[in-house]
Design a protein around this ligand. Sequence first.
Ligand code: FE2
Length: 415
Amino acid sequence: MDVPVTGNLATDLVWPRDGVTRVPFRVFSDQAIYAEEQKRLFRGPIWNFLCLEIEIPKAGDWRLATVGETPVVVTRDEHGMIHALVNRCAHKGALVCLQERGNAKALTCVYHSWSYDLAGHLQSVAFRHGVRGKGGMPEDFDPAQHRLEPLRIEVFCGLVFGTFSEETVPVEDYLGETMARMIRRNLGRKLRMLGMHSQIIHNNWKLYAENVRDSYHATLLHTFYTTFKVNRLDMDGGMLLSEDGRHSISYAKRDTLQQSEEYQKVHAAQYQSALAAPELLDSWTEFEDGVTHCIQTVFPTLVVQNTLNSLAVRFFTPRGIDKTELFWIYLGLQDDDEAQTRTRLMQSNLTGAAGLVSLEDGCINEFVQRGTRGSEDRNAFLEMGGRDVASSDGSRATETGIRGFWKGYRELMGF
Ligand SMILES: [Fe+2]
């Protein structure tokens, strides 16, 4: 059901009559739609992933984030409270925090030295009372009226989320029971950061949102998965969706591989290769549910992944209509021993910018961005696995997760 949206749309886009089984290519290249997304979606009733709690463990720690294109800084104050603030000086609008992360007692803008406490309250203004009795702010200047704009935040399993909307429901309600349970399974433990990096991909952010919900492509495009039997559709698995369809889990159980005959015709499965270091795929049983591969998406731009013993969070943010920054954070547990840490680090080679599996995703979305140029009036076709938006336990030859993303997108955008 579409949520009614009031106000004028800046664009004249009419969604195709076939609903979420069609996606107008124009949504990947239209500047007016991109501008609307900043307001309706990123500042709408959704939770945006900002950072991990363990990235800002100490009082005074801060870390940059973005919500859509809006720069944000996440801080931990002297009482241990986490705050998310728009990283924009209340004076002239300059960025206040300039480095990716830091630790400070106060946040001070370099432009005119306006200084804020870690909760974003304006503490001091340089030359407020003038210099040598001349100049300065008017008598009625009230610092309380000029603070860094706060976002509402909530922390769930160490994930710090922020929202601009008063209407956003609590994170656990936003996720729904199935999604919350899987996040608890993977991240509801004492986490430790092993490393992080980011990469620029040259495509609209929504192409990556589709890609991470696309269980159909995973064993076709990614020859590594298929060749080394890490993740295949002839393993027991499925695609689980949240009730609203926006979030998804694609999962597989490696021990149940059937070697089904459909793979005989799949080009990727005929790829002949061997690993020089097969210990790359050595793993230990970490969970009793048999799931060895799990890609979970949280609308709109968060992914939690667990393949063998590799545990990671990835998230992405628009950097313009056809440019997206994709971040990878690799995780371990505080009580991992040295060998376990080494295994997790080794398996982090599967994903990331140069990952043995994920490197193809770094270019395939760009191929769509380029392939659809000049065809803004045409649509993508998404009927694999049917036309509905629902969990498909048992099959991952489906695009139901992508249809779920577009269902949520349309509700928020009013298309
Ligand atoms: Fe992929």
